[in-house]
Design a protein. Structure first.
Length: 282
């Protein structure tokens, strides 16, 4: 499974809620129709501050070296899932899924994903591939869950392979036992180039300014851990419990930065990691 994250900053002409409406509504309606897509989620930064979600004291205890101005660099991120790189690269093409007078017709607007990039975003998305570790498969009821994003930065002196092994090993194994946890996925950012063939050669992301914006954003973190709970108090209570004190010890020893954000999740295409059937399956 090829899993792609794309972080975006809203266009300055839009408020955060106007951006949310445009992305969840119009843009998602085309994104979910990308050819051969196997999963599509949108995460938008919550209007609620993380200290209001978890509590000021626990947030302070959990935070290590949060980068300055982090929230000024993004408003949301999408998650795209495909079986192969070829499917991902070819996803932005006309989709033969629009009903017409002669049956199914091709819709060229799918190739443009709505054509609203210039109006919805401030520059190109920061698009990258992640290596995922599913610590707890997500169980979503038919209602909104509390979703927490944990951003972690690797110490410069620690080898990436060791860092990933430690994080997905004893750290994730212990965190996965938190009471009330409905899902936990560790996403490690990789250096695989997933922008060159997906975006036009003249896209802002390939300019010196676009590259500088992206690298500055990546500088603050290397891993994004997703947690799902019914209520934020479940996470706070668990992390304050002596039963999970080893998580603090791990973060102090093996992480150069740790910080959290609440996000609102929209599931446009429920992720399917099984073998795809030989027919239309979205």
């Amino acid at each position: 499974m090829l899993k792609i994250f794309g972080f975006v900053k809203r266009n300055a002409r839009l408020t955060h809620d106007e951006y949310r409406t445009g992305h969840v509504g119009y843009h998602n309606s085309f994104g979910r129709r990308l050819n051969n897509i196997r999963g599509y989620l949108l995460n938008v930064a919550s209007n609620r501050n993380i200290t209001d979600s978890l509590g000021a004291d626990i947030t302070k205890q959990l935070t290590i070296n949060e980068p300055k101005g982090f929230d000024e660099q993004w408003d949301g991120w999408g998650q795209l899932m495909f079986d192969r790189m070829e499917d991902y690269v070819g996803a932005r093409s006309a989709a033969r899924d629009r009903a017409g007078p002669n049956g199914l017709e091709s819709d060229p607007m799918v190739a443009k994903v709505g054509g609203d990039f210039d109006h919805l975003y401030a520059g190109s998305p920061f698009q990258f591939q992640v290596d995922e570790h599913i610590a707890v498969p997500v169980r979503r009821p038919e209602r909104k869950l509390f979703k927490l994003a944990q951003f972690i930065k690797k110490p410069a002196a620690l080898a990436p392979e060791l860092f990933r092994a430690y994080l997905t090993g004893r750290y994730a194994t212990l965190a996965a036992t938190m009471p009330g946890l409905r899902g936990m996925i560790v996403n490690v950012r990789t250096n695989l180039d997933v922008m060159t063939k997906f975006f036009a050669a003249d896209a802002e992301g390939f300019t010196s300014q676009g590259i500088a914006r992206r690298e500055a954003f990546y500088e603050g973190w290397d891993v994004l851990v997703e947690y799902w709970f019914d209520e934020p108090s479940q996470f706070s209570s668990a992390r304050l419990s002596p039963d999970f004190s080893q998580l603090f010890e791990f973060e102090s020893a093996f992480c150069s930065a740790v910080f959290y954000r609440e996000v609102d999740e929209t599931v446009a295409v429920l992720p399917k990691r099984n073998t795809p059937p030989p027919f239309y399956h979205r």
